[in-house]
Write a protein that binds this ligand. Structure first.
Ligand code: C2E
Ligand code: CA
Ligand code: CA
Length: 714
C-alpha cells in the first residue's frame, strides 16, 4: 500500500510537470503567433507605404501625408501608433507627432538591418507601458533608408496570457535581467513574482528543487510553486508557467481518498447500469441495439460497429484503394486540465464531426478510446493525395474550432496506412496504423506512414522550410506564364502566372512540392505578392514596348486573401506600375469560397468594383456547388482537369459538364477548361459550348522571355 502511495505520487508529479510543460508550450505558441502577426503587418505595410523598395516615398511625400497613410494602417492593425523613422533618427508617426528615436534600441538595431522587439517602454502619449516592433526598409539598391515601426500596448499582450488550472496557474513573460514584462491582468501571485527578474528567482535560495527540462520548485511565503520556463526567442525574455503545489496535492488527496470509495461506487453503479440495461433491452430491444452502437460523446458509431461496417464497405468497393488512419490529439489531457471535461468532450465531438465532413459517404470514422480516432477513407494513395486528405481533416477541425468561443490550439498525431487494394482483415489494417502511430508518438513527429518513402517526405519538407527564405532573397522563385486560348478562333486571350523554384542545388521544383507547405507556414503571402509584382512588371514592359497587353492571372492563396491589408497592398502594387486593373485576373480556388463566404463576397465585390477580373479556379475539384456560382459573381469559371477527364469517360459526366457550361453562360461567365492535352478534348469542349482553354496542347508554362513566342504567333 505504502509502495503504491509512493509510486502514485511520483507518477502523478511527473504527469503534473508534463502537463505544466504542455500548458507552457501552448502559451509560447500563441505568444509567438502574436509577434509573427505584428511583423507580417509591418512587412505588408512596408510594401504599400514605400512602394517597391523605393526610398522616393520619403523624399517626395509631405510629412502630413505620410502620417495620414500610416494612420490608415494603424486602424487595421493591433498597433496603437505606427511610425517611419528616417535614417537621422527622426520619426513621423501616425498620430501626427514627430519623435526623436536616436539612442533607442528599436531604432538603432533596425537601422543596422535587424527586425527588433523593444524592451518595455513608457508611451509618451498614454503613459501606458508599450513595446515597439521595428523592421528596416530597403531601397532599390538594397540599402536601408528608413525604419518602419509599430507601438503595441502591453495590455494587448497581457490579455493573451493564459490562466490555467482553474485560476491557480499563470503564465508570464519575464526578462532574465529585469522585471516581469507581460502577465495576465487578473494575476494574483505574490508581488515577489511580479517584480523579480528571472535570474534572481532562479538563483535564489527559495529554489528547493531543480528538475530536468527547465522546471523548478520554488518556495514563497511557505508555499511551494512549480515553475516551468522556456526562452521566448525575443530579447532575453523567458516565458514561465507557475502552478502552486496545492493543485498537485489536491489531486493526490483525491486519488487516495477516492480509490476505495470509487471502487464501491463503481461497483454499485455497474450493478445499477446492468440492471437498467437489461430492463431497457427487454423493453426496447431495437432502440437499445442502436444506442449501444453509438458513442455518446461524439454521437458517432462505436469501435465495434466501425469494425463491423468495414468488411461490407471493402466488399462493395473491391479493388479500390483506401487510406486507413489512426489519429489522436496531442496532450489532450491538458485540454481537460485547462478547460474541464465538458470542454474536452465538446472538442471530441467537434473533431469527430470535422472528420465526418471530410471523409465523404464512402468513409468511416469512430472514436476508439479517449481521444483516439480510427478513420478509413476511399481515396487514391499517392503521397500528395494522402497529405491533402490529412490536411483537409486538420483544416476542417480548425475551421469548426474557430467558431468556438474558446480558441484552442490543437496538434494531432497521425499513423497512416495507404492500401492500393484491401487484402487484409480490418483488425490487421488497424494494427498497422497503430504501429506507425505509436512510432510517430515516440519520435514526436506529427505524422508517420506505413511507407518509409513517406517518412523521407517529411524530412524533405523540413529541409525546404529551412531554405525558403534564403531562396527568396536569392531570387530563386521565377514567374512562368502559361497561355490561354479562345477555342474557336485560336486567339491568345491571356496567361496564367505559375511559380517555379529554380534551386541551384536541387534543380527546378514544382509548386506541388512547396505550395502546400508554404500555405501552412504563411510563406505563401510572400510568394503571391511577389507573383503579383512580377505580373505587373511584365504588363508594364509590354505597354512600354508597344505590345498589346493580355490579362495575366495570378493565384491567390487563402492566407493572403483573408489578410486585412490584402486589398490595399494589391491596389498599391497595381498603381505603382500604373497597370489598368482589367489586365490582372485573380484566381481564387473553389474550395476557399465555401469558407468565409460573406467576407469573401464582400472582398470580391470590392475587387471587381476596382476593375480586377475574378476567376473561380479548379471548379470541379471540390463540391462544385452551382449555388456558389450564382452568389460569387465571378467573371471566369476555370473547370478543373479532372472534370474534363470525367466528361470524356462517360455520358453522365458529359451531361454534368454541359449543364455547368450552360449555367455559367447564363450567368455571363467566361468558361475556361484547364489541362487540355488532346485535340479530342478540345473538340468535345467546343461542342459543349466552352469558350476558352489552357493546357499542354496549346502551350506549357514557360519563362516570360519565351512567352513572347506565343504573342508573336498571333
Ligand atoms: P492551378 O492553378 O490549377 O494551375 C494549373 C496547373 O496545371 C499548373 O501546374 C500547370 O502547369 C498544370 N497544367 C497546365 N496545363 C496542363 C495540362 O495540359 N496537363 C497537365 N497534366 N497539367 C497541366 P503547376 O504549375 O504545377 O501548379 C500547380 C498548382 O500550384 C496550381 O494549380 C496552383 O494551385 C498552385 N500554384 C502555382 N503557382 C502558384 C502561385 O504563385 N501562388 C499560389 N498561391 N499557388 C500557385
Ligand atoms: Ca490557377
Ligand atoms: Ca486550376
Amino acid at each position: 500500500m505504502l509502495w503504491f502511495a509512493g509510486y502514485s505520487r511520483k507518477a502523478l508529479t511527473e504527469n503534473f510537470i508534463n502537463s505544466i510543460n504542455e500548458v507552457n508550450r501552448q502559451q509560447l505558441f500563441s505568444f509567438k503567433r502574436i509577434f509573427d502577426l505584428q511583423f507580417n503587418t509591418l512587412e505588408l505595410c512596408a510594401r504599400v507605404i514605400t512602394g517597391l523598395n523605393s526610398s522616393d516615398y520619403l523624399n517626395t511625400t509631405a510629412d502630413s501625408e505620410i502620417s495620414e497613410d500610416l494612420d490608415l494602417f494603424t486602424e487595421k492593425s493591433p498597433f496603437e501608433v505606427m511610425f517611419i523613422n528616417r535614417n537621422n533618427g527622426i520619426a513621423i508617426a501616425s498620430d501626427g507627432d514627430v519623435y526623436d528615436n536616436n539612442g533607442y534600441d528599436f531604432y538603432e538595431n533596425a537601422i543596422q538591418g535587424d527586425n527588433c522587439v523593444s524592451q518595455p517602454l513608457k508611451s509618451p502619449i498614454s503613459d501606458d507601458t508599450v513595446i515597439v516592433c521595428t523592421i528596416p526598409l530597403y531601397d532599390k539598391l538594397g540599402q536601408i533608408f528608413a525604419v518602419l515601426g509599430g507601438v503595441i500596448n502591453i495590455n494587448y499582450l497581457n490579455s493573451a496570457m493564459m490562466v490555467s488550472y482553474d485560476g491557480h496557474g499563470y503564465s508570464l513573460v519575464t526578462s532574465k535581467t529585469s522585471n516581469t514584462i507581460i502577465a495576465h491582468t487578473a494575476n494574483t501571485w505574490p508581488s515577489e513574482f511580479e517584480n523579480a527578474s528571472f535570474i534572481n528567482l532562479y538563483a535564489s535560495n527559495n529554489v528547493i528543487k531543480r528538475f530536468n527540462g527547465n522546471c523548478i520548485i520554488y518556495r514563497l511565503h511557505d508555499l511551494l510553486r512549480y515553475v516551468v520556463y522556456v526562452p521566448t526567442g525575443y530579447n532575453d525574455w523567458v516565458l514561465a508557467t507557475i502552478v502552486p503545489e496545492s493543485v498537485l496535492k489536491s489531486r493526490l488527496k483525491q486519488i487516495r481518498k477516492g480509490t476505495a470509495f470509487t471502487f464501491l461506487m463503481n461497483l454499485f453503479a455497474f450493478v445499477c447500469i446492468i440492471t437498467f440495461l437489461v430492463f431497457l433491452q427487454a423493453k426496447h430491444s431495437n432502440e437499445f441495439a442502436r444506442a449501444s452502437n453509438l458513442d455518446t460523446v461524439t454521437n458517432g458509431i462505436t469501435l465495434k460497429r466501425f469494425m463491423e461496417k468495414l468488411n461490407p464497405l471493402f466488399k462493395n468497393n473491391r479493388g479500390k484503394s483506401f487510406i486507413a488512419m489512426c489519429m489522436d490529439i496531442n496532450e489532450f489531457r491538458v485540454i481537460n486540465e485547462l478547460y474541464g471535461f465538458q470542454a474536452g468532450n465538446r472538442l471530441l465531438y467537434i473533431v469527430h464531426k470535422a472528420v465526418k465532413n471530410v471523409i465523404g459517404i464512402d468513409g468511416l470514422v469512430c472514436r476508439s478510446a479517449n481521444d483516439l480516432f480510427y478513420i478509413i477513407i476511399k481515396s487514391d494513395t499517392d503521397k500528395n493525395t494522402i497529405i491533402a486528405e490529412k490536411d483537409s481533416i486538420i483544416e476542417e477541425i480548425n475551421r469548426l474550432l474557430s467558431k468556438e468561443s474558446t480558441q484552442y490550439v490543437l496538434n494531432f498525431t497521425f499513423g497512416i496506412y495507404p492500401m492500393q487494394k484491401v487484402t487484409e482483415e480490418p483488425v490487421h489494417i488497424f494494427e498497422k496504423t497503430n504501429q506507425v502511430h505509436n512510432r510517430a508518438k515516440k519520435n514526436n513527429i506529427p505524422c508517420e506512414f506505413y511507407l518509409q518513402s513517406e517518412h523521407e517526405q517529411v524530412i524533405r519538407q523540413k529541409l525546404i522550410e529551412n531554405s525558403m527564405q534564403e531562396a527568396f532573397e536569392n531570387c530563386e522563385f521565377k514567374m512562368f506564364l502559361q497561355p490561354k486560348f479562345e477555342l474557336l478562333s485560336k486567339r491568345l486571350v491571356g496567361a496564367e502566372a505559375l511559380v517555379r523554384w529554380e534551386s541551384p542545388t536541387e534543380g527546378k521544383r514544382y509548386p506541388c512540392d512547396f505550395i502546400p507547405l508554404f500555405e501552412k507556414n504563411g510563406f505563401i503571402i510572400k510568394i503571391d505578392l511577389y507573383m503579383i509584382e512580377k505580373a505587373c512588371q511584365t504588363i508594364r514592359r509590354w505597354i512600354d514596348s508597344g505590345i498589346e497587353p493580355i490579362p495575366i492571372s495570378v493565384n491567390q492563396s487563402k492566407v493572403l486573401l483573408l489578410n486585412p491589408l490584402y486589398y490595399d497592398v494589391l491596389i498599391n502594387t497595381v498603381e505603382n506600375y500604373r497597370i489598368p486593373p482589367k489586365y490582372i485576373e485573380l484566381e481564387i480556388t473553389e474550395t476557399i469560397m465555401y469558407e468565409n463566404t460573406k467576407v469573401l463576397n464582400e472582398l470580391i465585390g470590392k475587387l471587381k468594383n476596382y476593375g480586377f477580373r475574378i476567376a473561380v479556379d479548379d471548379f470541379g475539384s471540390g463540391y462544385s456547388s452551382l449555388v456558389l456560382l450564382r452568389d460569387i459573381k465571378a467573371d471566369v469559371l476555370k473547370i478543373d482537369k479532372a472534370f474534363i477527364t470525367r466528361a470524356e469517360d462517360d455520358v453522365s459526366g458529359k451531361k454534368i459538364l454541359s449543364g455547368i457550361i450552360q449555367l455559367a453562360d447564363s450567368l455571363n461567365m467566361i468558361i475556361l477548361a484547364e489541362g487540355i492535352e488532346t485535340n479530342e478534348q478540345a473538340d468535345l469542349l467546343i461542342r459543349l459550348g466552352c469558350r476558352e482553354a489552357q493546357g499542354f496542347l496549346f502551350g506549357k508554362p514557360v519563362p516570360e522571355e519565351s512567352f513572347v513566342r506565343f504573342q508573336q504567333a498571333v
